[in-house]
Design a binder for this molecule. Structure first.
Ligand SMILES: [Zn+2]
Length: 469
């Protein structure tokens, strides 16, 4: 489905759909066959973005024989972890004949080198984010070798190509970036370099994620915040729909919303603070039931003289949003930084995040409801010895940050403010959030999936049991 089309008439109870915005935010949902206007939507919200370095619009730089690529910081990364890593590039490329597509240069093409310890290193590790967080992309000599030209011949060729290109409001990508970088992007996109009109490419660590630890109890990976919870949301809704009769008696809509731009505050057209989720719910709330949908009586359900005028508000009042964003496990080397009664442990279950000043949206009705979902959930198939789940179900933990520590936030509070929907903030525990390489627990992945599966499966019957007006 596309937002630009009128997709509402094609939705039917029993169907499964998705739509995207900017190709970076995705909403997917399945409509219960017993759906009626004003019924609840069971939602899991997550974010897809992570801190990274983005190639600047004019990135071409060289000095001391090196080719370099100018980058801009995105989000609050732990940038010192980006030094001495093998970096590739990935993102959206606009091509003249084909439109926009996602491309990736998966081999390591650049690196941000540390200063050797013999020069004093950088102690304490401090650096300038403009001049020293600056990847090297290659050597001028190697580039001349590749093209078989002298530096003068190369610059002459480029200036002649510029003349040939005629008038352009902006310099062309080949003029603004290292030409060979554009060539590599073009190779990936299957086009000629001059067909590349623009791109949004970010750098990433090319080292693949892996399972680690003495007993394979960890996941070592980039971007666990928040692909970890995005994965649990996607797998959770899929698992909840695996039986052909899953939607048969379901009176709700099961929905996941995975947003871009959380790391920079969510205020964008595709962020959680946009109209994306409210407008999807507005469409869905007045969707006719199976019995009515044969008539597709939209005038009726849109409230023209009918009792569905309040369907949107009723849906919001009966829905629940589980905001899913990775949480923190206690770090044994810094245990004093954690509140001792509320320090989650790795592989001991999904964490409910609580904050009295509503940096997290969790409140008691949400906790009661989620506990019931966790009780009814499938137990993980892998269980480390001594876990609390021997009787089945998913264990939960509580996270409260110390009063003398800063507290993060996530999409939960802003979505609950804009929708007025009951919301609970959860996430699996991890270490080193916002590092280029993070650590989480293997078992918690399954806990998260099973918890969301249970939420989607049982929310319809549980909804009316926890009512606080
Ligand atoms: Zn996050």
């Amino acid at each position: 489905m596309q937002e630009r089309d009128n997709w509402t008439p094609s939705l039917t109870p029993g169907g499964k759909y998705y739509l995207t915005r900017n190709a970076s935010t995705i909403v997917a949902f399945a409509i219960g066959q017993a759906w009626k206007p004003g019924n609840p939507v069971a939602m899991v919200g997550a974010h897809t973005d992570s801190p990274c370095l983005r190639i600047k619009p004019v990135s071409k730089r060289s000095g001391d024989g090196f080719l370099q690529v100018g980058v801009e910081v995105y989000g609050g990364g732990m940038w010192h972890t980006w030094f001495d890593r093998d970096l590739g590039a990935a993102g959206r490329v606009m091509v003249k004949t084909q439109g926009g597509g996602m491309e990736r240069i998966s081999r390591p093409i650049c690196r941000i080198p540390n200063l050797a310890v013999h020069f004093g290193g950088s102690v304490p590790f401090e650096f300038n984010k403009e001049t020293q967080l600056f990847p090297i992309l290659g050597l001028v000599s190697a580039e001349l070798n590749r093209t078989g030209q002298t530096a003068e011949e190369l610059s002459k060729e480029i200036s002649e190509a510029e003349k040939e290109a005629g008038f352009n409001p902006l310099k062309t990508p080949t003029q603004r970036h290292q030409p060979y970088l554009i060539q590599l992007i073009a190779d990936e996109a299957g086009c000629k370099p001059e067909e590349i009109l623009d791109f949004e490419l970010v750098l990433y660590d090319t080292q693949a994620a892996c399972i680690g630890g003495l007993n394979n109890e960890f996941v070592f990976s980039a971007r666990l915040d928040n692909l970890g919870m995005t994965y649990c949301a996607v797998e959770g809704i899929i698992q909840s729909l695996s039986s052909p009769s899953a939607l048969k008696d379901d009176s709700t809509i099961r929905l996941i919303a995975c947003f871009d731009h959380e790391e920079i505050g969510s205020e964008s057209a595709q962020g959680a603070d946009s109209n994306m989720l409210p407008s999807v719910i507005r469409h869905l709330s007045c969707l006719p039931s199976s019995a009515d949908s044969s008539e597709k009586s939209y005038d009726k359900v849109n409230g023209n003289g009918d009792d569905n005028a309040t369907a949107y508000e009723q849906t919001l009042a009966t829905s629940l949003l589980v905001s899913a964003d990775m949480a923190h496990s206690i770090n044994p080397n810094y245990s004093a930084k954690y509140e001792s009664n509320h320090s989650p442990r790795m592989n001991e279950g999904t964490v409910i995040r609580i904050n009295a000043n509503v940096r997290y949206a969790t409140n008691s009705p949400g906790i009661v409801l989620l506990q019931e979902c966790a009780r009814r959930a499938k137990a993980a198939s892998y269980q480390p010895p001594g876990t609390k789940t021997s009787g089945g179900g998913v264990p939960l933990q509580l996270l409260v940050v110390r009063n003398d520590m800063p507290c993060g936030s996530t999409i939960g509070p802003m979505l609950s403010a804009s929708l007025g929907v009951r919301t609970i903030d959860v996430g699996n525990p991890q270490l080193a959030m916002h590092s280029i390489r993070e650590t989480a627990g293997c078992y918690d992945v399954e806990h998260g999936i099973n918890l969301f599966e249970s939420f989607f499966e049982h929310y319809g019957e549980m909804e009316g049991k926890v009512v606080v007006d």
